[in-house]
Each structure stands twice: as structure tokens, then as C-alpha cells.
Unconditional design. Sequence first.
Length: 416
Amino acid sequence: MSLMSWLRSPRAAVQPKDGGRQITSSDDLADAIRHQSMSNAAGMPVTANTAMRVSAVYACVRLISGAVANLPLDIKERVSDEVRTNRQDLPLWNVVRRKPNSWQTPSQFKRMMQAHVLLRGNAYAQIVWSQGRVIGLLPLDPDRMKVKQLDDLSLRYTYRRRDGRDVRLAQSDVFHLVGLTLDGVTGVSAITYARETIGLSMAQERHGSTTFKNSARPSVVLQHPGKLGKEGLEFLRASLDEYRQGGESEGKALILEEGMSTNQLSMTAEDAQWIESRKFSRTDIAMFFGVPPHMIGDTEKSTSWGSGIEQQSIGFVTYTLEDHLTTWEETANRDLITDASVYARFNRRALVRGDIKTRTEHYVKMLQWGVYSPNEVRAREDENPRADGDVYYDPPNTAGNTDNQGGGRDDPENSP
């Protein structure tokens, strides 16, 4: 029997303690081997999919990928050293702002790609070109992609389709987001280096589920002065199982017969404080992803990036989110744009849209110093312009803005 015939046989299976899984193809076998090799000291296999079952990992991935997904990505052009303009006429604008492909919205595409970077270290999308312009981005499964750097330093991508056929893609046909990298070609995943911490958290959750399944009662030893027969032992075991299930028996006393007594095991209630140890795992996971603990629900001792929650949120934007936004912008400029004067940039002003007080104070200062006109402020708030709203006010308290010198606000020649 050949190897492939053996793999197609329904009898081929990997049989660990949990019951095993059936192997019917070479992909199933490779996945099983990878699944087993990713086990850690806690005995829990940690992959991108299993790690997402840990609440702290899910929260970190959701926060970072959601922030990237909700920021608008603009395509702009440098008309001169001082002037920038939006290029809504380019097909790429429609791709990143309206429809990257036939089944995803821009936010869905960006959220999925960013999640791939966080969980697998890399995110790939096939670029659809038409007459030298990008008209679509097709996301690719990073687990099916292989990247090799050739002798001329160019990259060759080999993607395995679902039908098992390998397809080679040129470097110019792949939009490749790279996370933290050690070789300059592919990124490494936080899951790889956080495997022990995540595995410990998974083992703690399993322990907690088992504990509460048994009504969270510490086990005891039952002592009998004589010797129980097989029938009596089975009856006693059934009675104890029914008692531990709770329900109507919850809170009632356990009645022992024939002179039996109980002795507490060495595990005390203090030993059952495993919830306390879970906090350390949660904090460690947040540290791997660069997310302030308070953003995933851990509000104790929230002073690592400042004196309060607000400073920690600013630190998250500055030290974590900015890194991912820069990666997106530089990758888009490299892979999607051929004109040197055109560039991609996230609209970071959208980060403060939820804080109306901060946004209002920003607009007031920009108006006072002549940076924005009223109509520009109204445009940023998605409001229609007003007839007299294209005026720029003179900055207050500037040199030359005095009663005996021209150029001030009260000078008739400079009044709007």
C-alpha cells in the first residue's frame, strides 16, 4: 500500500488520550503533526485557533485588529512640498475605501489581515492588476503560503490551493504584511513565543471547568471500619456522584452509614485559589501583544504606562497601534503604489472621534491659530460648508500683532 493510499484509508488515525482525530489526507497529517509539535509544558497544544479560545488572546487580537479596521486609509498625493490632496480618482481608492474584493468590506479585510499578522506573524493578499493599477485584493491563508528569498534577493511566493495544487506568485503580485521579523523575510507570531503562557492559561481554564463540574468541593477520603463489598462500593460511588451533581442536593449534609468517616485531603481552600494565578497569565498575554491590561478587563494596578487609564490609552496608540499602522502604510506604498508622489496614510484623527471634548478642544485651537478654516472643521465632521466658512483667522499673540505695527487682526489691510 502506498503512503497516499494509507492516508486515504479511514483506519489511519492519530490516537492521543483525548480520543484522537481521523487522518484522511496529507494536509490532515501535516496539521496533526503541527498540532502535536506546538504542545507546551502544560500539555496543551497552542495554535492560532486554540489560542483564540483564551479570553485574553481574543481580547488583544480584537482590540488591535478592530482599531486598524476602523481607521480610514486615504490615498493622497504630494502636489508640492506644502500641498497634499486626496486621489479619489484612482482605482486603489475604491479598493481600500469601498470594495477590496467581491465579498468583503474594507473593515472586514483590514480586520482579518491584521488578525493574521497578530496570530501568524504574516498576512498575504493577491494583488489584482489592470493596466498598471490595483483593482482588487484577494486575501490568502497564511498557513498555505511559503516564502523563499532567491539568489537575486527577490521573493518567491508559493501558495497551496484548497485542491492541493501549488501556485507560484511573483513578488509584485502579493501584498505581504510582516510583523516582528528576525530574518527580514517573514514575521514571527506572538503565539510562538507566548506558547507557554497561553498553554498555562488554557490548562487553568480546563482545571477550573473540572473543578466547578464537581461543584468546586475539595475532595475527601471516606474511611470504613470494615470492608465494603463490590455491590456496596458501587452503591456508595453512585450516591456520591449524585450528591456532587448539586441540584436539589446542593447545601444538604452527606449522610454516611456503617460507621464511615471523612478526612480532608491535603488540598485546602487556599490551594483552590487558581483564579488568582490566572491574573498573572492574563497580564503576561497582554504584555506579549502590547495591550494595556485595563483594556482587556484587568483594572488592577493599572499604572504601567502612566498615572491613569487615559495615559495608558495614549501609550497604546503611541507604542502599539502606531507600529501596526506604519506597517500597513509602508507596505501599501511598496506593493500597491507605483507613483512616487502618491502615498497611503491612515486618518488618525478618527481615533478621537469618540471623545467629543478632546475633539472640540482640538478644533478650537486649530481655528484660533489659523490651521483650519470653519469649513475644514465642518468637513471633518461630515457637515456641509457655510458661505463664509473659508476664512483663516490670524494667530493670537504673535510678533507684529500689536497696536503700532501692521499685520495684526485689527489691521484693515489684513482683515478678512
